[in-house]
Ligand binder design. Structure first.
Ligand code: ADP
Ligand code: MG
Length: 249
């Protein structure tokens, strides 16, 4: 469904991605994991066509991304970012409906789709008439997810979607999101720097460091067959101090 072939991306002196090759199969949830600066967001921006690789190529739904087809292929992708990326001057509903207006959906069709998505994302319809600043962080992410799903795209990219939320809201949304991914059978690529979140969501974890893949496998494989000492260090660094005393669940 998505393929990066030897894709490189450099910002000045920084090599954000080094000849990265990855294939994301349809209807699976894959997690891009890594510390800040490892290149996770750059991968998503290449897939969505916001950036173009310096070398190599990106394929989406079987087509190589080019300046000519990027607009069309973009419609196959829902994209959610950490802070929601909602337009502050539009109500939640107007944010969700944006692409429907762009594609000139009829009013009835647009309304029906928004109602359907509100149910899926467990968002009270009356909250949709508020502006983003009048919503909680969790509600904003629900709206952002609804917006990303409006056109029912086969691909969903999420860049630290829960990163800005408090722990309780985050845990609640983790469960709901996983249910949504399972029920919709979309090709999901989720970015996080949190090992537990990665293990919770992904059948497949891709650990990045310095724009390269350190290991690509299940959480169990990363734990029991680390490809590099960095893998164990990365996982251990995120076991809280309480883990040592057996006090953490
Ligand atoms: P991550 O999402 O894993 O934190 P990014 O993909 O955002 O990592 O960034 C990878 C590297 O590229 C980092 O070193 C970052 O500082 C650099 N980088 C990202 N975007 C830019 C930019 N627009 N200009 C300059 N450097 C950038
Ligand atoms: Mg990032």
């Amino acid at each position: 469904m998505i393929e990066l072939a030897e894709a490189s991306k450099r910002y000045g002196d920084v090599e954000a991605l080094r000849r990265l090759s990855l294939v994301f199969e349809a209807a699976r949830t894959s997690v891009l994991l890594g510390s800040s600066g490892s290149g996770k967001s750059t991968v998503l921006q290449l897939i969505v066509g916001l950036l173009r690789p310096d070398t190599g190529e990106v394929r989406v739904a079987g087509e190589r991304l080019t300046a000519q087809n990027v607009q069309r292929l973009r419609l196959q992708i829902g994209y959610v970012v950490q802070t929601g990326g909602l337009f502050p001057h539009l109500t939640a509903r107007a944010n969700v409906e944006l692409m429907g207006r762009y594609l000139a959906y009829e009013d009835a069709r647009r309304r029906a789709r928004v109602a359907e998505l509100a149910e899926l994302a467990r968002m009270s319809p009356e909250l949709l008439d508020r502006y983003p600043c009048e919503l909680s962080g969790g509600q904003r992410q629900r709206v952002s997810l609804m917006r990303a799903l409006l056109l029912d795209p086969p691909i969903l990219l999420l860049d630290e979607p829960l990163g800005a939320l408090d722990p309780i809201t985050r845990a609640e949304l983790q469960f709901e999101l996983r249910e949504i991914f399972r029920s919709l059978e979309k090709t999901v690529v989720l970015v996080t720097h949190d090992v537990r979140e990665a293990a919770f969501f992904g059948d497949r974890l891709i650990l990045l460091r310095g724009g390269e893949v350190v290991q690509d496998g299940s959480f169990g494989q990363l734990v029991s067959e680390p490809a590099d000492p960095f893998v164990s260090r990365f996982i251990q660094a995120q076991s809280g101090p309480l883990d040592q005393f057996g006090l953490d669940s």
